[in-house]
Design a protein around this ligand. Structure first.
Ligand code: ADP
Length: 528
């Protein structure tokens, strides 16, 4: 099945006609053009029919009026020459004249000839009216009044009974007064049928209708077909654009020719190529940057080891120094510590960049890991006057984790929380489900803005670089934590509100290699 047919079928099966029309430009234009053509054809048919009717009708009416006046004058001469003197003779003469008139007018389409007595006719000499009751009913009172009041022929459009559908045929009734011997004036009417003209008009309209049918059928099909093919490059480009958005940077469209569609394709291809080049440039730049960080940190390791050794000697001997030199030794010790930890962070980041970080998983109780991290940072918490509370379940919260990495994650979260706690308590909550274990570190200090939350895991990000820090301060801690948690197939999330506090949640699967399947803890809970 060709592509267009498959699309049509899928569209027809999958959605209501309205959405089908909405989603396909080809269908929409085909439908609108057909609707416009149908309106034009209907108008054209109405105007043609009206014009045809009036010209055919006028032509025929003139012929009928000429014929009728001939019949009236012939009838009048026949009456004038009649020698009838009794009622029966006048009746017979009238019958003959009407019969003759009917015979001669039949050629012009006369259906019937009537002789009607006017209401004011004198009673003494009366003859019977001639003509069927059905035909008499065709002659209206208005026409009769006109005929009686004038001395020439009058006409009126009428419906002549006789056809099968009961509606009657179109026709013309023409009437004039005739003077009968002794009986006085009588109304004479000739009823002509226009059925043959009507048949011709009906046939012309049918032919027109049949002529319009192929237009109504062929137009939408043709327009749809042309547009479908014309819009193929647009569909291709749209498909290529979504492939590009999905990360397939090699995707291109077939853009041949010089028309607007080809220009669209070429423009897309140019855009895709320059995007690909830019991304390649950024990739290269990022690789260079990663290599630079890795090289520099590795290069710094050796001098730092030497500095550390020298500093260790100085540190050991600090008791024998004067106060100023002793203070310098302490400062040196602090900064070398800081230098070492920063270098360790950089080396760790380089390991992740080189994708050489490995998960050294072992079964451990998260409560024990939390306890160890809290103990190790007791001194910092005490210095900053922050109480660290641990809330944990009685049962084991065992999981297969890389203890060194999870310790590092928790240490980072705890140190951050304590440093940003503004002296208020920090609460660490441990929880477990059948499949996962979770630790939440919640502080009630400065909190974080939405913008900070959005970037808090970015490398070298620091919301407030000017803030006095006791440890760390490179802006690498949380980005390493994120990598550490990702290595466990876990989840690390942040919440914060300025002036209210922050909360960080770590969830890792109990079994190494599994994905996180539940949330034993909420990222943040409303507090009373
Ligand atoms: P570092 O602590 O070395 O600056 P991190 O990656 O650990 O780097 O943290 C990045 C930034 O996130 C911090 O500088 C701080 O602005 C913000 N941040 C982290 N934890 C908290 C917290 N508990 N409360 C407020 N801000 C925080």
């Amino acid at each position: 099945m060709p592509g267009w047919a498959r699309r049509l079928r899928a569209a027809a099966a999958g959605s209501a006609p309205a959405s089908w029309v909405r989603r396909s430009l080809s269908v929409r234009i085909a439908v609108s053009m057909t609707a416009a053509a149908a309106v034009i054809l209907v108008l054209f048919a109405a105007v043609t029919s009206a014009q045809l009717r009036s010209s055919v009708f006028e032509n025929r009416r003139d012929i009928i009026l000429d014929d009728a006046s001939l019949r009236f004058s012939t009838a009048q001469s026949a009456f004038d020459q009649s020698t009838a003197s009794t009622t029966d003779q006048v009746q017979e003469a009238a019958r003959e004249v009407i019969e003759t008139a009917r015979g001669s007018a039949a050629g012009a389409g006369a259906e019937s000839v009537l002789l009607i007595r006017p209401p004011d006719s004198p009673d003494e000499f009366r003859i019977n009216e001639i003509g069927s009751a059905a035909m008499r009913a065709v002659v209206t009172d208005d026409l009769r009044e006109d005929v009686r009041s004038g001395d020439h022929a009058y006409w009126q459009s009428v419906r002549v009974p006789g056809d099968t559908d009961g509606e009657g045929e179109p026709g013309i009734a023409v009437g004039m007064m005739v003077s009968l011997p002794r009986a006085g004036d009588y109304e004479m009417y000739i009823v002509y049928s226009l059925q043959s003209e009507q048949t011709v008009i009906d046939m012309v309209m049918r032919v027109l209708g049949l002529g319009a049918l192929p237009i109504i059928i062929a137009l939408p099909t043709g327009v749809f077909w042309v547009l479908y093919h014309l819009l193929r490059p647009v569909r291709q480009t749209a498909r290529a654009a979504s492939e590009l958005a999905d990360g397939d940077l090699d995707t291109r469209v077939d853009a041949q020719g010089d028309d607007e569609m080809a220009q669209l394709g070429q423009a897309f291809n140019n855009m895709a190529s320059s995007l690909q080049n830019k991304i390649a440039e950024y990739d290269e730049l990022s690789r260079l940057q990663q290599r630079f960080v890795s090289d520099v940190s590795h290069e710094l390791r050796t001098p730092l080891t030497t500095i550390r050794m020298a500093e260790d000697v100085i540190w050991e001997d600090r008791g024998s120094f004067g106060p100023a030199t002793k203070r310098s030794a302490e400062l040196l010790h602090e900064q070398v510590d800081r230098f070492e930890s920063m270098l360790a962070d950089l080396l760790e980041i380089s390991r992740y960049d080189a994708q050489s970080a490995l998960l050294d998983a072992e079964s451990a109780d998260l409560r024990a890991v939390v306890g160890k991290v809290v103990d190790a940072n007791d001194e910092l918490a005490a210095t900053l006057g922050v109480e660290v509370r641990v809330e944990e379940p009685d049962q084991r919260c065992a999981a297969e984790v890389d203890v060194r990495r999870i310790e590092r994650v928790l240490r980072n979260l705890l140190v951050n929380a304590v440093e940003h706690a503004d002296g208020l308590p920090v609460v660490i909550t441990v929880a477990a489900s059948d499949t996962d274990v979770a630790v939440r570190v919640r502080d009630h200090g400065v909190g974080m803005s939405e913008q900070t939350i959005a970037h808090v895991f970015d490398r070298f990000f620091r919301a407030d670089p000017a803030r006095t820090r006791t440890t760390g301060g490179t802006g690498l801690g949380l980005s390493i934590a994120r990598e550490d948690v990702a290595l466990h197939h876990g989840v690390l999330e942040a919440w914060g509100e300025l002036g209210v506090g922050s909360s960080f949640l770590v969830v890792v699967p109990r079994a190494a290699g599994d994905e996180v399947a539940s949330r034993p803890l909420a990222l943040w809970e409303e507090e009373a």
